[in-house]
Design a protein around this ligand. Sequence first.
Ligand code: ITT
Length: 204
Amino acid sequence: MKARILLASRNAHKAEEFESLLPGVEFIPWSGPEIPEDGAFFQDNALQKAIFARDWCARRGIGGHDAIDGVIADDSGLCVDALFGGPGVLSARFAPHLSYAEKNPLLLRMINPEDPRTCRFVCVLAYADATEARAEPFTVSGIAEGSLAMEARGNSGFGYDPIFIPRGYDNTFAELPSEIKNSLSHRGKAARALAGRLRGAELM
Ligand code: ITT
């Protein structure tokens, strides 16, 4: 039987990626209130989101046919060396009034010609088991190293994918098929680490 895991995220693109990254899981979408995330680090935010969602479900008494085995939360972002690691944990909140079609060129214009173009995508996943006595909440992480493209290119993926060229490639994540992105990405690496932890602890 598939593990039933609540995905504590409102980002439909993340949900789509998790469906293919963790096919052994039946994902339940988040339908509760906005989840607070005010930590300074990806790890703090991922844990905050997973524990908030787990506790919210417990308070609601979600049980019976709706029973969940646990909660996964994802905190991720693009860390650009020339921007001292920014937008980093604030990636979702960078220039919030703009679309990504506008935001990506804006970010590229913030880089001076002499600046390094190196950057990385970081993903921290937190898991909170529905049965607290079974497992303490924990995190795993994944990093994809790369560099900033000279201009936004490609239509697949989401967010900053059109300006991120993974190390060893010439194309951006948004130009590569989703299977290639998943094999190289921060989220792919973190999801594989999470699957290993869950299987090792017989939680999946
Ligand atoms: P939830 O908190 O509801 O999961 P969110 O989008 O607000 O959704 P984050 O706070 O973790 O999530 O912010 C992640 C942002 O980082 C995301 O909105 C994108 O801008 C960027 N990002 C993360 N992973 C990415 C990826 O694989 N490709 C492109 N951009 C990504």
